[in-house]
Design a protein around this ligand. Structure first.
Ligand code: MEV
Length: 426
């Protein structure tokens, strides 16, 4: 965690000045930041050890969300994302949430599900009874396969069994629930599945099918909430209460319409994914889990809901989040390690809370913009900076060129080139 995450005017200063401020607030060395973040922190030779057929690496912007306060602690939150305005929007919304005391989060224990499919089951009832009778043996076998995790306090906790399809399918699936402590857990859980499958197949008089984790890790959820005073949400054109009503209306739209829910959830994942990537975690796993969870009732629903409580806007988000802070190849990535240090070397559950809070902040920013001026005004202003850079504006010229092309309603590279010429002669 950080000493503070409030840095007024942060966007106006240089990259070097930002690094110095973040270093001071988080205790992370500037030199470490320089090493980890120059050219993405990964050379082609190291990348070649991560994946196959490597030709090089692919850089993405690394920014920080400010103003984020979760359970009374301040965090400077690393975000890796290519989309303009996501970092600024999350920081902005986090500031409004801060006015109401910040985010409150609570996390389930880090339980992952190891799935063992049992096919051609001779007799489903007998199979279930045999597995129940062998509970201790199954859990012991699971734990023998992951001694390192057990010595760190984790391990197989319990199991459950589900029948799939009808009697003619003769299919069961066993879930072994493994407490992964600070690991994301995919390798651990896959090891467990392969270790216990022969015993389960024998007990069930069945054939073992697939043995793999489930990314619908619904026993590893995080719940984040916030209470934002209406005053903090007011815009030049709309009162705070009008904005509260607008956000609640946007929430209802998503609750009633899966087409809108998908976009609503995309706005949440803008924040979550950016933190997940910055900390070296598997964002595909997180995405798969989030969307499967959103559809768990049979209809696709928003992951967050917003309501009015007097003159306060109340937001709640629940999402499964399999993120780790130890293990995994990406944890040897210098930028991922830097991110974790910047966050105060959190436990996995704390990281999940931070990522989810950033997701709820992103969601609030999007809904507030949509309920007021619309999304394009802010987007265009930031997009214009990218266009100005593409047209050749220097760091000193970018802001002026961007403002000029926005005002001229000509956010094109050609428009920016003309603006650069004007800036240079004026
Ligand atoms: C864009 O990346 C995300 C939004 O579409 C989210 C939303 O509509 O809630 C703005």
């Amino acid at each position: 965690m950080a000493r503070t995450s409030r840095f007024p005017g942060f966007y106006k200063i240089t990259v070097a000045e930002r690094r110095a401020l973040v270093s001071d607030a988080t205790g992370t060395e500037v030199l470490e930041m320089e090493r980890a973040l120059e050219a993405g922190g990964l050379d082609a030779e190291t990348a070649d050890k991560f994946v196959e057929n490597v030709l090089g690496t692919y850089g993405l912007p690394y920014g920080v969300a400010l103003n984020v306060r979760v359970n009374g602690h301040d965090y400077v939150v690393p975000m890796v994302v290519e989309e303009p305005s996501v970092v600024a929007a999350a920081s902005n919304a986090a500031k409004m949430v801060r006015a109401g005391g910040g985010f409150t989060a609570e996390c389930d224990p880090p339980l992952m599900i190891s799935q063992i499919q049992l096919c051609d089951v001779a007799d489903v009832t007998n199979a279930k009874e045999a597995i129940v009778a062998a509970t201790a043996e199954i859990l012991a076998l699971a734990n023998e396969s992951i001694p390192g995790l057990v010595s760190r306090g984790g391990g197989a906790r319990r199991w459950e069994i589900r029948q799939l399809g009808g009697p003619r399918d003769r299919m069961l699936v066993a879930h072994v629930l493994v407490d992964c402590q600070d690991a994301m857990g995919a390798n651990l859980v896959n090891t467990v599945a392969e270790a216990v499958a022969p015993l389960l197949a024998e007990l069930a008089d069945a054939r073992a099918g697939l043995r793999i984790l489930s990314n619908l890790c619904d026993q590893r959820c995080v719940r984040v909430s916030c209470r934002v005073p209406a005053d903090a949400l007011a815009t030049d054109e709309m009162s705070g209460i009008e904005v509260v009503n607008g956000v609640v209306n946007a929430s209802r739209f998503a609750e009633l319409d899966p087409y809108r829910a998908a976009t609503h959830n995309k706005g949440i994942m803008n924040g979550i994914d950016a933190v997940v990537i910055a900390t070296g975690n598997d964002w595909r796993a997180v995405e798969a889990g989030a969307h499967a969870f959103a559809a768990r009732s049979g209809a696709y629903k928003p992951l967050s809901v917003w309501r009015r409580d007097g003159d306060v806007l109340v937001g709640e988000l629940e999402v499964p989040l399999a993120v780790g802070t130890v293990g995994g190849t990406l944890r040897v990535h210098p930028a991922a390690r830097l991110s974790l240090r910047m966050l105060g070397s959190p436990r996995a559950t704390e990281l999940a809370a931070i990522a989810a809070a950033t997701g709820l902040a992103s969601n609030l920013a999007a809904l507030r913009a949509l309920a007021t001026v619309g999304i394009q005004r802010g987007h265009m202003a930031l997009h214009a900076r990218g266009v100005a850079v593409a047209a050749g504006a220097t760091a000193q010229e970018v802001e002026r060129v961007a403002t000029m092309i926005v005002e001229a309603r000509d956010i094109t590279v050609e428009g920016a080139r003309q603006a650069i010429v004007l800036v240079r002669v004026l």
